[in-house]
Design a protein around this ligand. Structure first.
Ligand SMILES: [Fe+2]
Ligand SMILES: [Fe+2]
Length: 398
């Protein structure tokens, strides 16, 4: 019998260390995208960011499932201050295009290279579950790089990307195994990130502060349908709130971030569903004024309250209207609208389940010491008073 002489560079300990690094980078990338989603103005970027952050959540999940087989606890910091510095700085981009360029033209391409290298260097059969994870992660990551190449084609490489590249080099690259030049000094183009209290929109849109949360009484079915899908085209507002809640809740369990990444992605899909419906009828969604006051109103509250206003206010109360819509559109023999709404309701039922699952945990983390039912009841009363009334008061800026 032949003796196997391993030529692989990656042994068990190295594998754990590398998997920790990749998990950390994917997770921080998700958080950075969540923080920036409301602050990003370009609607096409926003729609993509919902998907990108959800895909990164899938990658974290793949790596987490492998890491929990090889170490306890499965989630741990990468134990490399230079790598932590890279991801801490990557959020401080001076603009949305720079932010995306730093992530998708510097960090992610290097991560893709590391995954490819790792595939050839780990023990193929003993470490097969890792290879399976990488194979699936790479499908998304390569598409993400293609997306960025096209989306940022007009954006020249600037000082920000160079800064991020230097920080990555100072961390020894993605693997930490390359020579480490000294860390760069801070760059004057860095702009300290602050959680956005306003939802940005690009110049194609007009903004309104018109009354929200109220439904027209008895419009004809065609008017009702157009209004309903115009409202879908504004569901970016829900995605933006979920994104902010993710960003504001770094200490929640991983499963919360995982569920919330999906929640955020779903709302960008609902927004797109409204856009597609309008396009089908020859209507331009950018002509629908965006009620960004809703985001400004919700974002004045803590993460727990925002999340409860959305899940137990908007989402729980959406179903009766949707059921009526399905009946009304059946009379128009409008299968497209019915299909769209049916898929939307499937997502929304899941969002309500998320709400019920995570509100108690958010309460515990925020030290809210009252029965869950009472907290939800009080927050829904706040939603009735401030959202359903259409007032959307901004308390600390009035
Ligand atoms: Fe939705
Ligand atoms: Fe929802």
């Amino acid at each position: 019998m032949q003796t196997v002489r391993p030529t692989e560079q990656i042994d068990f300990e190295t594998n754990k260390r590398l998997l920790n690094r990749y998990r950390f980078i994917e997770y921080e990338s998700l958080r950075i995208l969540a923080g920036w989603l409301p602050a990003t103005a370009n609607m096409e970027f926003k729609l993509a960011m919902g998907r990108l952050l959800w895909e990164d959540a899938q990658h974290v999940q793949h790596l987490y499932q492998r890491l929990r087989e090889v170490q306890t606890p499965a989630f741990r910091p990468p134990d490399d201050p230079a790598l932590e510095e890279l991801m801490a700085q990557a959020i401080n981009a001076p603009s949305e295009r720079d932010l995306l360029a730093g992530l998708f033209r510097v960090i992610k391409p290097a991560l893709v290279d590391a995954y490819r290298w790792h595939i050839g260097q780990t023990f193929a059969n003993p470490d097969a579950p890792t290879l399976y994870a990488f194979k699936h992660i790479l499908v998304d990551e390569e598409e993400q790089l293609d997306w960025a190449r096209a989306a940022l084609a007009q954006h020249p490489v600037g000082g920000w990307e160079e800064h991020i590249a230097h920080l990555l080099a100072a961390a020894g690259g993605i693997t930490g195994q390359e020579a480490r030049p000294p860390a760069p000094l801070s760059t004057p183009v860095a702009t300290p990130f602050a959680p956005p209290r306003q939802a940005a929109r690009d110049p194609r849109f007009s903004l309104v502060n018109r009354k929200a949360g109220q439904v027209l009484s008895d419009p004809d079915a065609h008017t009702r349908r157009q209004l309903e899908f115009e409202n879908y085209s504004q569901e970016m507002l829900a995605a933006e709130t979920v994104a902010l809640v993710i960003y504001l809740s770094p200490d929640m369990p991983w499963e919360f971030t995982y569920d919330s990444a999906r929640h955020c992605y779903d709302e960008t899909r609902h927004c797109k569903l409204g856009i597609e419906w309008m396009a089908h009828y020859g209507l331009d969604y950018t002509s629908v004024p965006q009620n960004t006051r809703i985001y400004a109103w919700r974002s004045q509250y803590d993460a727990l309250t925002q999340y409860t206003l959305l899940t137990m206010g908007n989402e729980v109360h959406a179903f009766p209207y949707r059921h009526e819509s399905i009946k009304a559109y059946a009379q128009l023999d409008d299968k497209l609208s019915i299909q769209y709404i049916t898929y939307d309701m499937a997502d929304e039922r899941t969002h309500v389940i998320y709400g019920k699952r995570w509100i108690p945990e958010l309460m515990a983390r925020q030290g809210v010491d009252k029965p869950v039912d009472q907290f939800v009841e009080e927050t829904v009363a706040l939603w009735e008073k401030e959202y359903r009334s259409g007032l959307l008061p901004i308390h600390d800026r009035a």
